[in-house]
Design a protein. Structure first.
Length: 182
């Protein structure tokens, strides 16, 4: 988990490998075509907790992922398309909260580790605070998407197997076409 499975050096080869593996699904779901004009870029939990070298949950591959997300965010801004950033944190500690019980602690809203990295420009986007894995759980995300007539979500972030996938599954169940960056 903490290793660099993708780096600046091997990114081109890894991406080609993954795209080849995904080709079967692409052929099967050829009617699903990504259309940026009806999409929102959903940037999941690009927080100091995962990206700061000294943080407990630092993920080394985060540096590479961050470099790619920065480019994507700027492209969305250039096209005046919506960008939503999520930030996992809680307003008050609750010993009975399942996240607290499972992980042994939670990120508090005022903890600098819970802040979105300053390397991402969030000024033109929206930030959604979320108390769990899903960006839909106890948030205003769906209301925001409906107000923008969003049909598709492009999801990116570091903890793909937790927050990104949980959000993606819930979005799909709510009728959104879901796409991941590769």
């Amino acid at each position: 988990m903490r290793g660099d499975y993708i780096t600046f050096k091997n990114a081109k080869d890894k991406t080609a490998e993954w795209m080849e593996e995904l080709e079967v699904n692409r052929k099967r779901h050829k009617d699903f075509i990504f259309k940026p004009e009806v999409s929102t870029l959903l940037v999941i939990d690009m927080q100091n907790y995962f990206l700061d070298d000294n943080a407990h949950a630092f993920i080394p591959v985060g540096k590479f992922i961050l470099s790619q997300i920065k480019k994507l965010v700027e492209k969305y801004y250039e096209k005046n398309l919506p960008v939503i950033f999520t930030r996992y944190c809680v307003l008050k500690e609750d010993p009975d909260d399942i996240m607290n019980k499972w992980w042994g602690s939670v990120l508090m809203v005022d903890d600098p580790e819970s802040f979105i990295t300053k390397e991402l420009n969030t000024d033109r986007g929206k930030v959604v605070l979320k108390p769990g894995y899903s960006a839909f759980f106890k948030t205003e995300l769906e209301r925001m998407l409906i107000s923008k007539c969003v049909k598709q979500l492009l999801i990116c972030g570091v903890m793909t197997h937790l927050c990104c996938e949980t959000t993606a599954r819930e979005a799909f169940q709510r009728g959104y076409e879901v796409y991941f960056t590769v």
